[in-house]
Each structure stands twice: as C-alpha cells, then as structure tokens.
Design a protein around this ligand. Sequence first.
Ligand code: HEM
Ligand code: HEM
Length: 143
Amino acid sequence: MYIGFQHLHSTLAYAALILLVFSTVNAIYGWVTSASFAKKDRITGLVTMISVHLQLVIGLVLYVISPLGFKNLSGEAMADSTSRLYALEHPLTMIIAIILITIGYATAKRAHDDRTKHKRIALYYAIGLLLILSRIPWSSWPG
Ligand code: HEM
Ligand code: HEM
C-alpha cells in the first residue's frame, strides 16, 4: 500500500504542477488583457484545485504510512535537512499552498467582475505554485 500511495503522489505531482502553471498563466493573461471570465477559465481553475485537493488527501495518507513522514518526526530529524523536509517542511508548506489555492478559487467565484476573478486566481495560484516549488524534494523527484 505504501508503494502504491508513493507512486500515486509522485505521478499526480506532475499533473498538479502542469495544471497550476497553466491556470496561473491563463489567469495572468486574462487579468492583464481584461478578458471575460469564461466557463473554460472556471473549469481550468476548478480542475487545478481538485488536483491539489487530491494531492492533499494522498499526501496525508503517505504522511501516516511513510517511514519519512510522521514516524520520522523527532528532535534528531530537525537537525537533518532531508528528514526535516519530509517530516515537516514539505507537508506544512504544501498545506499552506493548498489553502491559498482554495481561497483563490473560492474568492474568484464570489467576485463580481471578470477582471477581479482572473486577478484572484492569478495571485493566489502563483503564490501557491511558488510555495510548492520551494518544498518539492528535488533530490528524489522526478527521479
Ligand atoms: C500540491 C501538493 C503536493 C505536491 C506537488 C507534492 C509533491 C511531492 C513529491 C514530488 C514527492 C516526492 C515523490 C518521490 O520521491 O517520488 C512527495 C513526497 C512526499 N509528500 Fe508530497 N506533495 C504535495 C502535498 C503533500 C502533502 C499535503 C503531504 C502531507 C500532509 C505530503 C506528504 C508527502 C510525504 C510524506 C512524502 C514522502 C513519501 C515517501 O517517499 O515516503 N505531500 N510529495
Ligand atoms: C483533506 C481533504 C480536503 C479538504 C480539507 C478540502 C477542503 C475544501 C474546502 C475548504 C473547499 C471550499 C472552497 C469554497 O469555499 O468554495 C473545498 C471545495 C471543493 N473541493 Fe475540497 N477538500 C478536500 C478534499 C477534496 C477531494 C479529495 C476532492 C475531489 C477529488 C475535492 C474537491 C473539491 C471540490 C470539487 C470543491 C468545490 C469547488 C466549487 O466550489 O465549485 N476536495 N474543499
């Protein structure tokens, strides 16, 4: 089960990153050109948000079952940068990024004008993306 979840999390990471880059660029373009917020823009933002919510659920399971997750959380782990990344920095930063992406989507949905909708997604998704990129274990992924 551990290997299965590890593969799922590692594979979905590609999809989530590609979708996030695409949504962010799309929203920045819509914002600067004052384009209308079409159905395709809403769906793009939604599919991206769902991909990170799924990644959150799989990540939480992994955190419990992986030897690198909760089981590795200790004083000694804090002194080792790789252990600290897996046991603390990666999960915490990813959760903050996912919360920001969810706020971006939710506030865009509630905004009244189209330019504000694009702007909310552009800003929140871009910050989420940067946080995610900052705490991916690049030494082990993509391989
Ligand atoms: C959008 C959000 C996330 C992305 C893009 C992401 C991406 C990744 C990637 C690329 C790896 C390395 C996989 C490999 O070495 O093959 C990884 C590992 C891991 N992630 Fe995430 N992650 C996210 C969210 C989370 C969350 C929310 C948690 C926990 C609460 C989490 C827990 C873990 C754990 C425990 C590992 C180590 C698994 C192991 O190899 O034993 N991740 N993640
Ligand atoms: C720990 C697990 C999860 C948490 C804490 C969580 C949290 C949230 C929150 C707070 C919202 C509200 C956003 C708003 O105010 O509009 C939301 C919306 C949503 N989430 Fe999640 N979620 C989780 C897992 C998932 C999963 C596994 C999926 C699907 C595969 C998913 C799909 C959605 C969808 C479709 C929406 C609604 C989007 C809309 O308003 O149109 N979530 N989630």
